[in-house]
Design a protein around this ligand. Structure first.
Ligand code: ADP
Ligand code: MG
Length: 238
């Protein structure tokens, strides 16, 4: 696992255009995650949580602002470098898993290997990639589900498979967008505990978007997106 990685976003602005109207979503967001830290992002639906996560992970470009990893700016590189950097640095986890239905769990986990290597070198490396995918599925508690297709897995199991897939390239930073949002409380808690374990044991830096206060409270730190800005979030005293 990579030893780096502190990620910082500074002055991030992003608007979307709806017809003639420009809708500001992020109005100068500063956010950072220390190496090995797990930060939760909360905020109302539509507050820009996914937008921020996509910008941090180089899936989308900000209108203004910068993204730095270990003090080096990464968002202004030529597209080819950005693509390579995205694949090397980040693992993504989404609410609806985005597993390919016709592939087994193990084949799904192998997919980033195909994307990273290109077809020819993938073909040469596929035995190793297959073995790594199997080990990762074992790591997330799915060693007995390698040949199951997504339709044969529970929601919690699908998310575990998606986590294994996100780990295939040994990313330094995991970005998770409502990873428990589609799960019942018990499976959601299981997925959070898995992420927490990976965070602690592998020193994986994580930013996790969630609606769920129970989930957010288990992070090292919680920030809230509101009015296009980030504020530190202090849990209400019960
Ligand atoms: P959240 O994840 O907090 O629910 P999003 O980041 O998905 O919020 O969206 C923030 C706002 O930006 C919403 O008002 C949404 O409608 C708008 N938005 C997001 N993506 C696009 C897009 N591609 N085009 C236009 N508007 C968008
Ligand atoms: Mg969202």
């Amino acid at each position: 696992m990579s030893t780096t990685t502190h990620i910082a976003a500074t002055g991030i602005r992003k608007s979307y255009r709806k017809g003639r109207i420009e809708v500001p979503v992020l109005r100068g967001v500063d956010a950072e995650v220390e190496h090995g830290e797990l930060v939760a992002v909360v905020g109302a639906s539509g507050s820009g949580k996914s937008t921020l996560l996509h910008i941090l992970g180089l899936l989308d470009a900000p209108d203004a602002g910068r993204i730095e990893v270990d003090g080096r700016r990464i968002d202004d590189r030529p597209e080819k470098h950005r693509d390579a950097m995205r694949n090397r640095l980040f693992g993504f986890i989404f609410q609806f898993y985005h597993l390919l239905p016709e592939l087994t769990a193990q084949e799904n986990v192998m997919m980033p290997g195909l994307i990273r290597h290109g077809l020819w070198s993938y073909w040469k490396e596929r035995a190793r990639i297959r073995r790594e995918a199997g080990e990762l599925l074992e790591r997330v508690g799915l060693g007995h589900r390698l040949t199951h297709r997504p339709s044969e897995l529970s929601g919690g199991e699908m998310q575990r498979a998606a986590i294994a897939r996100a780990l295939l390239g040994k990313p330094a930073i995991l970005l998770a967008d409502e990873p428990t949002g589609n799960l019942d409380a018990a499976s959601g808690q299981g997925v959070l505990e898995l992420l927490r374990t990976l965070n602690r044991e592998e020193g994986l830096t994580m930013m996790l978007v969630t609606h769920d206060q129970q989930i957010a409270q288990q992070a090292d730190r919680v920030v809230r997106l509101a009015e296009g800005r980030i504020e530190e979030w202090v849990p209400a005293l019960a």
